[in-house]
Design a protein around this ligand. Sequence first.
Ligand SMILES: [Zn+2]
Length: 471
Amino acid sequence: MTLKDTAKSLPYPLKQGLKYVYGVIPLHIHYGKVFRETYAFLQKSQWWTREQLEEYQLEQLSQLLHHAYGNVPYYRRVFDERGLKPKDIQDFTDLQMLPYLTKEIIQNNLPDLVAKNYRQSKLQYATTGGSTGIPLGLYREKGISDAKEWAFMTTQWNRVGYQFGAKCIVLRGKVVESASKGKFWEYDPVNKDLILSAYHLTEENMPKYIQKIRDFKPDFIRAYPSTITIMARFMKENDIVPFPCVKALLCGSENLYPLQRELLEAIFQCRVYSWYGHGERAVLAGECEHSNFYHIFPEYGLVELIGENGKSVTKEEAMGEIVATGLNNYVFPFIRYKTMDLGIHTSKKCECGREYPLLKRVEGRMQELIVAKDKRLITLTALIFAQHFKAHSKIKEMQLVQEEVGRVLVRIVKTNEYSVKDEQEIRQKMQKNVDNQLDITFDYVDEIPRTARGKYRFLIQKLPIELGDTE
Ligand SMILES: [Zn+2]
């Protein structure tokens, strides 16, 4: 048992004590060799030419496929059934001979997706939220996956000034054990983070949160967009000045909507940096110092964007499902994994000079599309976010619910200024955007419930959504 394992099994106060011991070890040593090597590699590879990146990906892909064929029963079967060998896949087009890996396949084949050449002790079980609300189980490599992930994360945050060991406020889904006793934060001495409870952001508690942030003087705030938006609204309503020490807000794990970005940048007076990734760790893409395009890390995963006809999307601004092959998980390989997330293609180049493939936007999950009366699928951008509503400033929170084709329920937490006119405006603008192919009803509530992981969902889509025949 390592010191770290021992620490995990200790009762809480002792755990905290050991954490402080850890805290004096320089961070790059704490995170270990894998972290340092990955980080150093990314510092160079991000400036490679497109050819270098593609060559690297093909090499990594070939290695992954040979490994999967040799050690992972599910993939052995997939190759054998098609009469294929790993050497038959020489380029990205050949890869399409392999079938998609769906969430359903994972749920039904869990043991067969684990590589047999890894000892049980090397496996780390994890679950991810998943748009259906059913958690998806998977395995990562103990001690390796997290170190690599952290190297990728810090590399992308470097683009907005993040340096190793920077002081962060963390306002995400983590439950703070002392919050029930009125202490809404806990210090993590290893990462030098102050973790705030995202579940106690009431009007009454907010001044305490804000004072704590001021005293802590963080360099960055890492948050779910929805939680930091609650704080921004409170600061706006109460004319609270921002925190000058904060260089950027680092927002991931939920879609960042344009209106949220606008509000956050105005209130916090700093850059909002957004990225897209998921617990399956097959794709990671983030903004850069120059633009809001999502730069896909080619060293992390190989991404295909698949359109309605099942073909790769190549048209500028066309939408497709993100299908990803993760290059770093050998314990539980994700090959051509259907993420059920939607991205908007662009073949533009970014001014930053990185030759990474780009997504113009990430539209969120397929379950975040609305179905109109004529069965047309509508993105939330088209329905709401691409235009300005006067009513928005009078709404605390909003959520859409669809249970029937052509019909949407709008849940709203109002402010005191909200009136009937605002309801009319929302209805008219939304209906105009979909040529009146949508019936809209309103429900006024006191709060919008969060998911089990503390995330906010803008749309609860109860209809099954299929982008088309993509099998
Ligand atoms: Zn860029």
